[in-house]
Design a protein around this ligand. Sequence first.
Ligand SMILES: [Zn+2]
Ligand SMILES: [Zn+2]
Length: 418
Amino acid sequence: MEIRKIKGTKDILPDETEIFLAAEKVLRETMIKYGYREIRIPTFEQTELFKKGTGVSTDIVTQQMYSFTDRGERNISLRPEGTPSVVRAYLENNLHKKRLFQKFFYYGRMFRQESPQSGRLREFNQFGIESIGSLSPQIDAETIILGLEVLRNIGLKRIEIHLNSIGCDKCRPSYKKSLKEYLKPKLNILCNDCKRRFNANILRVLDCKRETCRKELQNSPVSIDYLCDECKNHFSKVKELLQKSNVSFTLNPYLVRGLDYYTKTVYEFISPVLSAQDAVGGGGRYDRMIELFGGPPIPAIGFACGMERILLAVEKEGGEKRKKEKLDCYIATMDDKTDEEGFLLLNNLREKGLSCEKDFLNRSLKAQMKDANRLGADFVVIIGPEEMEKNEITIRMMSDSSQKRIEFSVDAIVKEIR
Ligand SMILES: [Zn+2]
Ligand SMILES: [Zn+2]
């Protein structure tokens, strides 16, 4: 075939879809348990939204967005992340006037044209939460605890939490200034991206994955030494609450996250089975963003996690393979007449809520039994001409191969299976 899928996209075939479905189910159950309600945001938005929300100096906006002009000459981008859309929807629908404090989660596809060698998909599934309206450090702790529980429920056993505070508008400028002074003499050693970041958003230099840049950062000033009293107290409380909740974490002074909007607490969920610099998710506070979008000064915090990366980590941990799908009943038939009876019975049993299947290829009884086995059927109903004459069927329990004849009626079959 000549037309192939676009680089960075993936066909999720039924066996794998079932793995996703199972993960999505526990995701939604866990979110609801913590009081988060699902919001569904558009797949594409005005490009301006992400420039403003994600940040013009981020790699996402400068290098990775799928942007185009539509027939109405509008600049549009496929969403590279969820937070700016949630904030826009929150304000556009006047949700901030309804309640002071609200919790949202989302799940869906995101689009980023990342470099192919990193092995990341360009269309991928991400879930995230946004908790809007509270400045309390308890909410910082809650989002981390929720993130941990979701990841564990999906099947990840080993998760490390990296934690940092990057301060606020009051205290961050003095930190940035010291960092700038420290890095200035090293500027020609830094990579080209970092040279650009040095002027555009110096904190992002801390985020550089290149070994040469990381080496230069070893003795750099760290943000927690520059926090104002408010930020310092907030961060102490977050750490204290996590400790009291038995959540262990590592302080990582280089953690700034790849987005411009964060303030105070930032964190990442790291799976040690993936390459060291890759998180399965992360998040932090963004207390200024809603105001930046023209709303009132409302604080917020959230995180986002990549589903493909989580499932990859679960697999690398040697996590449980997907349980084989169960089929309540397979209907095997012998000839044209019994085959039509089988089709009618199929519908009747499905109406009773049982999962049922039959053969549609006129295969031999032996082949049908093999098919039933492959599909994981608990019972096989065999309709033969001889049985039919006596208005009976044979029902076979696949677990112990025992079989018996019973009356050919939907109720009798349902009773036997149940
Ligand atoms: Zn501060
Ligand atoms: Zn660099």
